[in-house]
Design a protein around this ligand. Structure first.
Ligand code: NAP
Ligand code: MG
Length: 405
């Protein structure tokens, strides 16, 4: 074999938990280390380490991405009460993804990995749909009250100047519920910038939709900010690239998405993106084929799989059983990060490796070798259900051929 590919800048490597941590090590050993002189700065975000460091390690990892520009992350456990007990945690630490997103102030782009023997459930879809999810505010940081007597609910803003703005939400005659949510100009504007930049980078039209006819201040502001940012900074670049920025109402967007051929970036508010990305993932195949990248407005990238740590499979693995866990999205997190490192550092061999790794992975599945989660959706009768390790070995065989050619 020829010499290993050298890297010039560190890649931030963020390890995680359970079954995906097992896959992580296998991917490195079988697919990456034979070809690349991997230069990474390693952060262990396994739950034990987060607990030991009072979650400082998560923040350090995020700042390292800010410093070096590119990171790759394994899925991690977001602790709940059961996990606190299971791992005997000092605290119910926050979601690592939430912490990293807050530091990078990024937008999450999710894209299904397509293979030719699994057809999207939505007939007209020929090309993938990338969901751009605003990852700040709205219902995710809302405050809520349940009331149990008649009374007046008001929305009050007290300005630093002393000026008070007040509106009545509802005169309750009995019990009910209330919710207050917010967003900020800075965050919406960062979201818009990230979406326009990413669309240009990927040469795709950008769609955006809200419910601005009903939410005449809140959603309308999202629309205004997008329009303003577009006119000011991206209109020319879009025209030059032959791309379109298209705004419509969310209900209109849904019916258009279902009947389009795909191929665009679909920018969604936080909740819409959460819900629609799972719909898009399932309609294209499964959650285990959904790749994900967080892009910050200043151009830092964090690649990961969209799925979790696959706990059920991990418990089987601990009992010594083999599991048919799909490593595709985690492999694509690595290939995405290595390609981006290659582009930024101008290392064509690294870009070529990333392309070859993706091609080898897709070819393996198109040859009919796939994990159980995908087998049921495959049209072809010639399907072999592979265990996690076997799938990686099959990819490794094809990768070697690809790298030799
Ligand atoms: P999950 O790990 O995504 O798994 C849910 C189910 O989906 C699995 O039990 C499995 O179904 C199937 N699945 C997901 N990924 C798969 C893969 N690669 N190959 C084969 N099947 C796959 O979600 P979860 O069980 O709700 O969460 C587990 C842990 O992950 C939680 O602690 C959660 O906090 C964490 N999580 C982390 C992230 C992240 O770091 N980005 C995201 C989501 C969840 P079957 O059991 O039917 O085979
Ligand atoms: Mg979700």
């Amino acid at each position: 074999m020829s010499e290993k590919i050298k890297m010039t800048t560190l890649l931030v490597e963020i390890d995680g938990d359970e079954m995906t941590r097992v896959l992580w090590a296998m991917i490195k050993e079988k697919l990456l280390l034979p070809y690349i002189d991997l230069k990474t700065e390693y952060y262990d975000l396994g739950l034990e380490k987060r607990d030991e460091t009072n979650d400082e390690i998560t923040k350090e990892a995020a700042y390292a991405i800010k410093k070096y520009g590119v990171g790759v992350k394994c899925a991690t456990i977001t602790p709940n009460a059961q996990r606190v007990e299971e791992y005997n945690l000092k605290e119910m630490w926050k979601s690592p993804n939430g912490t990293i997103r807050a530091i990078l102030d990024g937008t999450v782009f999710r894209e299904p990995i397509m293979v030719n023997n699994i057809k999207p459930l939505v007939k007209p879809w020929e090309d993938s749909i990338i969901i751009a999810r605003h990852a700040y505010g709205d219902v995710y940081s809302a405050v809520e009250i349940q009331v149990d007597e008649p009374g007046t609910a008001e929305l009050v803003f007290t300005g630093k100047s002393g000026k008070v703005t007040k509106k009545i939400i509802n005169e309750f005659e009995g019990g009910g519920i209330l919710q207050g949510m917010h967003n900020t100009d800075t965050s919406i504007s960062s979201f818009a910038h990230s979406c326009f930049k990413y669309s240009i980078e990927r040469k795709r039209d950008l769609w955006f939709a809200t419910k601005d006819t009903i939410s005449k201040t809140y959603d309308h502001h999202f629309k205004d900010v997008f329009m303003e940012v577009f006119q000011k900074d991206y209109k020319e670049a879009f025209e030059k690239a032959g791309l379109e920025f298209f705004y419509t109402l969310i209900d209109d967007a849904i019916q258009r998405v279902i009947s389009c051929r795909g191929g665009m970036v679909w920018a969604c508010k936080n909740y819409d993106g959460d819900v629609m990305s799972d719909m898009v993932a399932r309609a294209f195949g499964s959650m285990s084929m959904m790749s994900s990248v967080l892009v910050s407005p200043e151009g830092c990238y964090e690649y990961e799989a969209a799925h979790g740590t696959v706990t059920r499979h991990y418990h089987k693995h601990l009992k010594g059983e083999k599991t048919s866990t799909n490593a595709m999205a985690t492999i694509f997190a690595w290939s995405g990060a290595l390609r981006k490192r290659g582009e930024l550092d101008e290392i064509p061999q690294l870009i070529h490796f990333a392309d070859s790794l993706e091609k080898a992975s897709i070819t393996t599945i198109e040859d009919g070798i796939m994990t159980g989660d995908m087998a049921g959706q495959c049209d072809s009768p010639n399907v072999h259900i592979a265990m996690a390790e076997e799938l990686l070995d099959e990819i490794a065989i094809r990768l070697e051929k690809e790298m030799d050619s």
